[in-house]
Design a protein around this ligand. Structure first.
Ligand code: CDP
Ligand code: CDP
Length: 216
């Protein structure tokens, strides 16, 4: 089969990464988690005491940071940071980093470079609208905020309450959907999937079915 790409967008907890990983395996694609890149810069800013409201400092920091994917792990300056980038502190700050225009420019060009040479399924917020705007297949996964918070709470009940998680998700949605550059919005030509009442297998089957059937 020729090289092609699948773009997956949507808000936190919609199931993007879980579904993308399984679809990647089934269709033999490389999975690229763009959120992990924004999370890695945020982790570096937090761990170096960089003031996140000072955009220029964060941009300088990113220019001096090496972010890389290898064998399904994310590396920041040669260190695996898979777990650390999922902390509640990173959750609470990542959207402020991701709204900085120059940060987006640097990461988007890195994402396009990765997708340039192979077939990929890439997930994030602006994949269908910006990063891979000519992707062959585009899906916008959604679910009610209650269901999305419930899914996240089920993953780890020890560090935050359901209400706290829901509030963090709502705040992140608000910043992501209202920022000036590449806000979270469904691409006109994306297929929207409301996963509130769907299990993982149903969503995977829907996407794989459309791609195998060549339905864009
Ligand atoms: O997994 P979850 O949906 O919670 O978040 P993520 O995909 O890891 O993304 C974390 C944050 O990075 C988002 O809330 C956005 O602020 C930002 N992001 C973005 O702006 N553009 C992307 N393509 C991916 C993530
Ligand atoms: O990447 P994103 O933030 O969109 O969501 P995720 O991290 O893939 O999914 C959040 C959680 O919801 C995971 O624990 C999934 O197993 C679960 N999930 C689910 O229960 N039902 C779905 N249809 C999709 C995901």
């Amino acid at each position: 089969m020729e090289k092609y790409s699948i773009a997956i967008d949507g808000p936190a907890g919609a199931g993007k990464s879980t579904i993308s990983k399984i679809v990647a395996q089934k269709l033999g694609l490389e999975y690229i988690d763009t959120g992990a890149m924004y999370r890695a810069v945020t982790l570096k800013a937090l761990s170096t005491g960089t003031d996140i409201s000072d955009s220029q400092s964060v941009v300088e920091l990113l220019k001096d940071t090496d972010i890389d994917f290898r064998e399904n792990h994310i590396y920041m300056d040669e260190r695996v940071v898979d777990e650390e980038i999922r902390s509640s502190e990173v959750n609470q700050n990542v959207s402020s980093v991701a709204k900085i225009g120059e940060i987006r420019e640097i990461l988007v060009s890195k994402q396009r470079e990765i997708a340039n040479s192979k077939s990929v399924i890439m997930d994030g917020r602006d994949i269908g609208t910006t990063v891979l705007s000519d992707a062959e297949y585009k899906f916008y996964l959604n679910a009610s905020v209650e269901e999305r918070a419930r899914r996240r709470y089920e993953e780890d009940k020890s560090s935050q309450s359901y209400e706290e998680i829901k509030r963090d998700i709502e705040k992140r949605d608000e910043i992501d959907m209202n920022r000036e550059i590449s806000p979270l919005v469904k691409a006109e030509d994306a297929v929207e999937v409301d996963t509130t009442d769907m299990d993982i297998e149903e969503v995977v089957d829907f996407i794989v079915g459309r791609v195998r059937g060549g339905k864009k």
